[in-house]
Design a protein around this ligand. Structure first.
Ligand code: NAD
Length: 354
């Protein structure tokens, strides 16, 4: 079985990927994560006794640490999820986004190149560096525009998107300049279990349950494509196994929805599953001042990954959203711990004293 160095594996998508990778026996996993506010090692607590899973706390920008881990574990692939990922935060504080998404990815690429160049064949031929990126690098679409393709020019509009675009360019350059066997995936909005409650779907679920306002930017008609997280993880694994080196693959859910529609659907599910007497959750919807530079529409053309690798999403938005709401309702301890910061104390007890 392969060994993969996964970065950012304590975050939303990375944790879902690692759980799937260990369950399906895709790979042995080394998880390198800095443990920022967005991380949650409790997501991976069930792997604590798994001998083929190792956690290391650290920064992708720490070149010496990466060198050490590559020498120590001799991975067959590196899977880079680590990032600052929240657009609103990138508007308030772009610095961290440049540091991790741009400089950190560069350091990871550089250490990977040196490691890869020393590998003997066939391990050198089999090695892959897969960079997980976003559709936000392509900018904004008008309602009538065709969906983003892999050859759509980059036009990032937020500091987050600009930092991810920059990292994508470095990944591309390491393939073209040094021959490092890279792959890049650009995916639309993910949703599902274990997402930190600052993003639209978990924020809406948890605010609604607390009878707090459900904030919607502008007129609520900004459109996103939504993909259930396990579909994304399967696509990433497929690209890692079968993707053509040096190429990029768009991944999407073929499920475009206006933000207001998403929130209304969550309210309707909660009216059903967690009814409050005499009041509909949608009465909590509150329109707030639009985000600066807010992209109007994202849509993904994922025909390349479908035609070349046979991937298509399994979950449709309505069933995926229902499963997601059910997960948050069934995991109130997780929710409380994330909100109260109690998991940070758990982390201290479990890791700092080892
Ligand atoms: P997340 O914010 O939930 O998790 C990011 C993880 O990276 C956290 O565990 C954090 O501690 C870690 N991290 C941050 N800086 C680090 C550093 N310097 N070194 C090591 N670890 C660090 O993010 P997510 O939603 O899971 O997204 C994962 C990746 O997928 C990101 O690269 C993001 O750009 C991309 N992506 C996300 C979405 C989405 O909808 N969430 C869609 C497309 C692409």
């Amino acid at each position: 079985m392969q060994t993969i160095l996964v970065t950012g594996g304590a975050g939303f998508i990375g944790a879902n990927f690692i759980l799937q990778a260990r369950k399906e026996q895709w790979a042995n996993v080394i998880n390198l994560d800095k443990l920022t506010y967005a991380s949650n090692l409790q997501n991976l607590a069930e792997l604590e006794t798994d001998p083929n899973y190792h956690f290391v706390q650290g920064d992708i920008g720490n070149f010496e640490l990466i060198n050490y881990l590559l020498e120590q574990y001799q991975p067959d692939a590196i899977l880079n999820f680590a990032a600052e990922s929240h657009v609103d935060r990138s508007i308030l504080n772009p610095h961290d986004f440049i540091q991790t998404n741009v400089v950190g990815t560069f350091q990871l690429l550089e250490a990977s190149r040196l490691y890869w160049q020393k590998l003997s064949s066939p391990k050198q031929q089999q090695f892959r560096f897969l960079h997980v990126s976003t559709d936000e690098v392509y900018g904004s679409l008008q309602p009538q525009d065709p969906a983003f393709r892999e050859d759509t020019p980059y036009a990032p509009n937020s500091p987050y998107a600009a930092s991810k675009a920059s990292s994508d360019h470095f990944v591309r350059a390491y393939y073209h300049t040094y021959g490092l066997p890279t792959l890049t995936t650009n995916c639309s909005n993910n949703y599902g279990p274990r997402q930190f409650p600052e993003k639209l779907i978990p924020l809406t679920i948890l605010n609604a349950l607390d009878q707090q306002p459900l904030p919607i930017y502008g007129d609520g008609q900004n459109i996103r494509d939504w993909l259930y997280v396990t579909d994304h993880c399967e696509a990433i694994y497929l690209v890692l196994q079968q993707g053509k080196v040096g190429e990029t693959y768009n991944i999407g859910g073929l499920d475009e929805k206006a933000n207001l529609t998403v929130v209304e659907k969550i309210c309707a599910i909660l009216d059903d599953l967690a009814p409050k007497s005499n009041v509909h959750y949608s009465s909590l919807i509150t329109f707030v001042k639009d985000r600066p530079g807010h992209d109007r529409r994202y849509a993904i053309d994922c025909s390349k990954i479908h035609q070349d690798l046979g991937w298509k999403p399994q979950e449709n938005f309505d069933s995926g959203l229902l499963k997601t709401v059910q997960w948050y309702l069934a995991n109130s301890v997780w929710v409380e711990q994330v909100r109260s910061g109690a998991y940070k104390n758990w982390l201290k007890q479990n890791y700092e004293n080892r």
